[in-house]
Design a protein around this ligand. Structure first.
Ligand code: 5MY
Ligand code: ATP
Length: 426
């Protein structure tokens, strides 16, 4: 990319989350990922550069180690002409979903991340004439906490995602409860995985997006503008799968990535972690200058990674123990909130001779690539928020859903809500 000759007309809005906004190049397989901030919270250019560089280092030194070299694309920090960024920001503003406009794209620093466009195939040079389908799933936390610090019995039965659904609908984030449960998707049981994918299709929320040739064709921008028309989706998908019947590769690829268990670095659950966070906090209040030595805000280097590998849960009362658990928790939180992109492109019968990974479905064959994205380390400061939110989710669930079920129909809870059940009624 020639940063000296940037033209906003060559870029189009691609998507955004809570903290960053992505634009894709119209011809080339690259995207630019910009940070976003609330209007009154501006950061200096130097802080933004450091933040982006930390994201790259964390991807390189930590997440590649946990998830595998092939699945993590760290990209690089680029400096862009401020004029280009300002024009681009104006150009894409009308395409942004209303619910995301509480934060502004950073147009002051000129820094962004340049990454491969993961909605395209990553395993070989992209041939422009081939159609590409890409499924993006944000699976969320796929296990029930096993820590003895958990105080609510319900957390051993109903997973955080399923409980959180009730609070999200009550607060108007989404209109209806999704039947998707991450434990189904991660189960390895075909029927449960099928149910999970079907439920994602029925109620995509921010957990499922489908792109065709890089354009979003299925997904939910926000509760106000759902974009989930099944017949339109079928129309888009038909050329990919007809005459074979059924999606072939998604769950298998996903499972290969998920098997790595990074999420389970959350060994103590937020309930067990919070007192350790407080211990680190007390230490930092006394010795603020130690923040750097403890690598709270980076650098996320090899030494940082090595310390994450200590899985002991025996608390010797030290700050070092507390710090290790805090850093492991931050990594687990990151893995619980990342997305997986599976790009698929139909290929010819002899494609295996090109040494591309190929998924055979009943009739068609697909070259594919799998990538994990949004691997920014969760901030240390978000731990108190996590602690409060956890209590809020469980209490809301216990007060409303479970209480109602217990009085109206005592057996209904077990049948409909228990995430540890193996089979679903379909
Ligand atoms: O807490 P959760 O589970 O609601 O996750 C938040 C996500 O909400 P979700 O439930 O997936 O709709 C939330 O996603 P949305 O903004 O709702 O699309 C963010 O990913 C948030 O991360 P961050 O604060 O931007 O780093 C996520 O916050 P973290 O908990 O990962 O810090
Ligand atoms: N390298 C990439 N290639 C293609 N699309 C991407 C890439 N990176 C991000 N995207 C798209 O942009 C969207 C927003 O990116 P991302 O999830 O990183 O945002 P975020 O604000 O950091 O997320 P969160 O809401 O979890 O904080 C993704 O859902 C995905 O569709």
């Amino acid at each position: 990319m020639d940063e000296g000759k940037m033209d906003e007309n060559e870029w189009r809005y691609h998507g955004e989350g809570n903290k960053s906004l992505v634009v894709a190049h119209a011809q080339r397989c690259v995207v630019l990922r910009f940070l976003k901030f609330p209007p009154n919270r501006k950061k200096t250019s130097e802080e933004i550069f450091q933040h982006l560089q930390n994201i790259v280092d964390f991807g390189k030194n930590v997440m590649k180690e946990f998830l595998g070299e092939n699945y993590v694309h760290c990209g690089e920090v680029v400096q862009l002409p401020l004029d280009f960024v300002k024009q681009l920001c104006l150009k894409i503003q009308c395409e942004r979903p209303e619910s995301r406009c509480d934060k502004d794209l950073d147009t002051l620093s000129g820094y962004a991340l340049c990454l491969p466009n993961l909605a395209r195939l990553q395993t070989y040079r992209f041939a422009e004439h081939r159609p590409i389908l890409c499924v993006e799933i944000k699976p969320k936390c796929g296990f029930i906490p096993f820590s003895s610090d958990v105080t609510h019995e319900m957390k051993h039965k109903v997973c955080r995602y399923c409980m959180h659904q009730h609070l999200k609908v009550a607060t108007g984030k989404w209109k209806q409860i999704s039947k998707y449960c991450p434990l189904d998707l991660y189960s390895g049981n075909k029927q449960r995985m099928y149910f999970a994918l079907k439920s994602l299709l029925q109620e995509a929320q921010n957990n499922l997006k489908i792109f065709k040739n890089g354009e979003l064709i299925y997904g939910c921008k926000d509760a106000r503008s759902p974009m989930t028309d099944w017949s339109e989706l079928a129309h888009h998908l038909k050329p990919f799968f007809f005459p074979s019947n059924g999606l072939a590769s998604g769950p298998h690829c996903t499972r290969a990535v998920i098997r790595e268990l990074v999420q389970m670095l959350d060994l103590l659950d937020i309930e067990g972690l919070y007192p350790l966070y407080r211990r680190v906090e007390r230490y930092l209040e006394e010795f603020p200058e130690e923040r750097k030595t403890l690598q709270i805000d980076g650098p996320y280097d090899e030494a940082f990674y090595q310390r994450l590998l200590d899985l002991s849960t025996e608390d010797d009362g030290t700050v070092a123990f507390a710090l290790t658990k805090v850093q492991q928790y931050r990594v687990a939180m990151t893995a619980k909130d990342c997305s997986i992109m599976i790009a698929l492109s139909p290929c010819l019968q002899d494609a295996s001779s090109d040494q591309r990974p190929v998924v055979p479905s009943s009739r068609s064959r697909f070259a594919f690539s799998v990538s994990v994205l949004d691997l920014d380390l969760k901030p240390y400061e978000s731990i108190p928020h996590q602690y409060k939110l956890d209590g809020k989710i469980v209490n809301y669930y216990l007060k409303t859903v479970h209480a109602k079920d217990a009085t109206v129909m005592s057996t209904r809870f077990k049948e409909s809500e228990d995430c540890t059940l193996v089979l679903h009624k379909v």
